[in-house]
Design a protein around this ligand. Structure first.
Ligand SMILES: [Zn+2]
Length: 576
């Protein structure tokens, strides 16, 4: 960050002279904002290099470089296939591209470039990074007059440089973007902000926002950042040393109430839809939850460490902490909190069923790390002495820790010196997940057998309903897609089904509406199969439709409804 020492007078001329500032053997990628709010990206390759293959090979790159980018000079051409490559023309030492900001919203996370009001832009380095083996890489963000660059959570009024050594570039090039470490080596996993927008300082960081964001949602973000940071500083006994920046933007392209994402380097983006939400209470609650979850990560994986191969530990703890923080701050009530807990219990059951925790594959594959981690921390904390506020108890295992928190550490924290229920649940390779819950945590969790006609919590109803249609479709068509709507499944047009047809609206399965009675529909399918009957489908079409029974006959993915017992709330110090 030696650029911070540059004199202010240099700034106006900085962009004109920067192309010459790349040192030999170094690729320079500079970003600044055009007067009209577009993002300008300039590439100055090392001498002799004319071809720049970009690092990210994903499909999204064709959209970014095919639809959002245009060359600003006649110095380069863009080739989209087989991967996006920039070709520098003879006689040019650099090439500049103009990226028109826009929320793609085809991916929920990491937007390439989007506007923060009329005079600022946020961008994600991954879409612009290039790894040239044998050369170093220098990123540079030039804020321009009176504007700011915010990189890695730090606010600067002058150009910010980030130097990546030739060794790091070589590592990234070899990795090819296959692991998180490859992206991190290139600093290709970070948001950065350029331009002018409203900015407020909060303890430890800044909040930057579009002036069009309504007061209610802005205040929810501001107050949650303020209160959660202060509360967690008390609970963990330390403040994160590094700065953070939260950028709140407004866009009609955001389809849900908001999108949130966070990148390495402490940059959080909250993109809100431009119309105030119909259910404001729920929208504010979701926003507060998201902010609380993400801020918890600043401690769990920033100040302290966890076993990163088991994301359920930190994702679960962030969810567990978010719920406790919201109760602590009076931002949610006990009934809503319990409903969230019940959702986590049943979502985890759908993901794990009887699979032992100890033998699960690492990473996110084949698990629901949010729901299952959430449940793990609930169970662990229910075994802890109730000697402090729930938020403080939840932070206590991390407080002062030097080794990464792993499954063994959680087991010791919950069980105490004598190995007990938590050790069995997390570390015994023969212990099934559901039977451990039923055997050892019966006083915390109630398991009730699912029966036809049961009224289920909405999230579980949706999951069971969708799972039934998926079974039938996979049998009839092979793997394919459909949309679950409020009262019908909309089947996407597909060529290969034996019976199902595109645009079909399926309302009843084996005589039962799975939307009113998902358990009843599963049991009716099972009964039809047992009786050797086809499965009748009630559709909007004139002719009766029936599917042959799949083999093996579909079986409901879970047998029990899991719920938190009311006395567990008292045990956790959360009242009833
Ligand atoms: Zn998270």
């Amino acid at each position: 960050m030696s650029q911070l020492k540059r004199g202010r007078a240099c700034l106006a001329l900085a962009w004109l002279t920067l192309a010459g500032a790349a040192s030999a053997g170094e690729l320079l990628i500079e970003q600044r904002m055009a007067d009209d709010g577009a993002l300008l990206v300039r590439y100055t390759p090392p001498e002799g290099v004319r071809e720049l293959p970009l690092f990210d090979r994903s499909q999204t790159m064709a959209i970014v470089w095919g639809e959002m980018a245009t060359p600003l000079d006649s110095c380069a051409t863009i080739t989209l296939k087989p991967r996006v490559t920039l070709q520098l023309n003879e006689g040019c030492t650099s090439a500049t591209f103009r990226i028109t900001p826009r929320v793609l919203s085809r991916r929920a996370t990491y937007e390439p470039a989007f506007a923060i009001g009329p005079s600022a832009v946020m961008s994600y380095t991954g879409y612009y990074a290039a790894a040239l083996p044998g050369h170093a890489l220098r990123w540079r963000w030039v804020p321009g007059d009176g504007a700011r660059a915010v990189v890695s959570g730090r606010v600067a009024t002058q150009a910010v440089d980030r130097a990546i050594t030739a060794e790091q570039v070589a590592f990234a090039a070899k990795d090819g973007g296959n692991t998180a470490a490859g992206w991190a080596a290139l600093a290709a996993n970070e948001y950065s902000f350029l331009g002018k927008a409203a900015q407020e300082s909060l303890p430890g960081g800044v909040l930057i926002y579009d002036g069009k964001l309504d007061a209610a949602r802005l205040e929810a973000v501001r107050s949650t950042l303020g209160s959660v940071t202060a509360r967690l500083a008390r609970a963990y006994g330390v403040m994160p040393a590094d700065a953070w920046a939260v950028v709140a933007s407004v866009s009609s392209a955001v389809r849900s109430t908001y999108h949130g994402d966070v990148t390495a380097g402490r940059m959080m983006s909250l993109r809100f839809n431009d119309t105030p939400p119909r259910d404001l209470t729920n929208a504010l609650r979701q926003t507060r939850w998201f902010v609380s979850h993400e801020v918890t990560h600043w401690w769990d994986t920033g100040v302290f460490r966890t076993d990163m191969d088991r994301p359920w530990i930190h994702e679960g703890h962030a969810d567990w902490m978010a719920g406790l923080l919201m109760l602590d701050a009076g931002q949610t009530d006990a009934a809503t909190w319990r409903a969230d807990m019940d959702t986590a219990l049943n979502n985890c059951q759908l993901a794990r069923r009887e699979r032992p925790v100890a033998t699960l594959p690492t990473g996110f594959n084949g698990d629901d790390p949010y729901a299952c981690g959430h449940v793990t921390w609930l169970l662990a904390q229910s075994l802890r002495p109730r000697d402090a506020a729930p938020v403080d108890i939840a932070a206590s295992l991390f407080r002062g820790s030097t080794a990464p928190i792993d499954a063994a550490a959680i087991a010791r924290w919950a069980d105490g010196p004598t190995p007990g229920a938590m050790r069995s649940l997390l570390l015994d390779p023969k212990q099934g997940w559901l039977s451990a819950l039923k055997r050892d945590w019966g006083d915390v969790i109630e398991a009730t057998e699912l029966k036809a006609g049961d009224t289920l919590p909405q999230p579980l109803r949706g999951r069971l309903t969708g799972a039934l249609m998926a079974e039938l479709m996979n049998a009839d068509c092979g793997r394919m897609g459909f949309w679950t709507n409020a009262d019908h499944f909309l089947i996407e047009a597909v060529p290969a089904c034996k019976t199902l047809r595109g645009d079909m609206r399926v309302r009843r399965i084996a005589g039962v509406s799975p939307f009113d009675d998902p358990v009843g529909a599963w049991l009716a399918v099972r009964a039809a199969c047992t009786a050797g009957q086809p499965i009748a489908l009630g559709t909007d079409g004139p002719e009766p439709t029936a599917l042959p029974c799949p083999s093996p006959a579909p079986d409901m993915p879970i047998r029990d409804l899991l719920r938190l017992r009311p006395q567990a709330m008292e045990r956790l110090g959360l009242g009833r």
